[in-house]
Ligand binder design. Structure first.
Ligand SMILES: C[S@@+](CC[C@H](N)C(=O)[O-])C[C@H]1O[C@@H](n2cnc3c(N)ncnc32)[C@H](O)[C@@H]1O
Length: 276
């Protein structure tokens, strides 16, 4: 596969970075504001993310082929305040647009919660797609599920892919590969469930019978709280991936991340189709 260069916005712990590196991608710049996530990223990839994306000068960004980012989702998710594009965190999509207009990479991959599709009766998503198209891209989107791409986790997210208009190639999302690995393999015992619940940020320890439960399982008949290492594995990271901060910080960083396997599949698809 050809090498390509990417920029990792809202880089977190680098779910995009990890997946794209597996297809030969080289990160030329990352951006993140959380000091703990910055430390995690630095230790794993030897790149120090620059801070606030809105302060990045286009002239300082090295040439690159692919822009990626899971822009902050609090303003679109079912548990957030749902302020949408009015919310400063929702408005960060306009930073993606600024960089697309200024740098014109061949393609982009964005990720967000499924709630983005229905926010304000679908108007927010329509505006986002129109703004991305105005940057000079053909834009595609699809809801993809982590367990369809090789990791045993129920996690549906919307993926938005753009291909620059002068690249006369159509994009199609990668076909599901299924999931040979089961939760019992990850938890190393008999589990009642085949797949982990969505790794989330809040609501830990709500109890196995609580409707908000996502971290408690029965393994070999005993109650078991999913560990940080198990969370890493069902997000497609190695179990020994370095995470800065205390346990709360670590669960939060993993809950924020994008499943690396989906990014790897999209990256390979962009290469196979000759887009990057
Ligand atoms: C949904 S998470 C993305 C996680 C990432 N895709 C991963 O795989 O770990 C969004 C991230 O955007 C970061 N963020 C928020 N505002 C930002 C800003 N103005 N500039 C750069 N990063 C920002 C947050 O700290 C958070 O880590």
């Amino acid at each position: 596969m050809a090498e390509f260069r990417f920029v990792d916005l809202f880089s977190g712990i680098g779910g995009f970075h990890y997946g794209l590196a597996r297809c030969g991608g080289k990160c030329v710049m990352a951006s993140e504001i959380d000091p703990i996530a910055i430390e995690t990223y630095q230790k794993n990839y030897s790149i120090t993310p620059k801070g606030d994306v809105s302060k990045i000068d286009i002239a300082d960004i090295p040439q690159f082929d692919l822009l990626c980012g899971g822009f902050p989702c609090q303003s679109f998710s079912n548990v957030g305040q749902k302020g949408g594009l009015e919310d400063p965190r929702g408005a960060l999509i306009y930073q993606v647009i600024r960089l697309l207009k200024g740098c014109k990479p061949k393609a982009f991959i964005l990720e967000n919660v499924k709630g983005l599709l229905s926010h304000d009766k679908g108007k927010t998503f329509k505006i986002i797609i129109e703004e991305l198209e105005k940057c000079g891209y053909k834009v595609y989107h699809e809801v993809l599920e982590a367990k369809d791409y090789g990791v045993p986790q129920i996690r549906k997210r919307v993926f938005i892919v753009g291909v620059r208009n002068d690249i006369k190639k159509f994009f199609t999302f990668p076909e599901p590969t299924g999931c040979e690995k089961k939760l019992s393999d990850v938890m190393r015992g008999e589990t009642e469930r085949e797949y982990a619940f969505t790794i989330r940020i809040g609501g830990r320890r709500s109890g196995i019978d609580n409707k908000y439960n996502w971290d408690c399982y029965r393994v070999n008949g005993e109650l078991h709280y999913i560990t940080v290492e198990e969370c890493l594995e069902v997000q497609g990271f190695p179990r020994d991936f370095y995470l800065a901060g205390n346990k709360d910080n670590q669960y939060k960083q993993i809950g924020n991340a994008v499943p690396t396997v989906i990014i790897e599949a999209i990256g390979k698809q962009l290469q196979v189709l000759g887009i990057i």
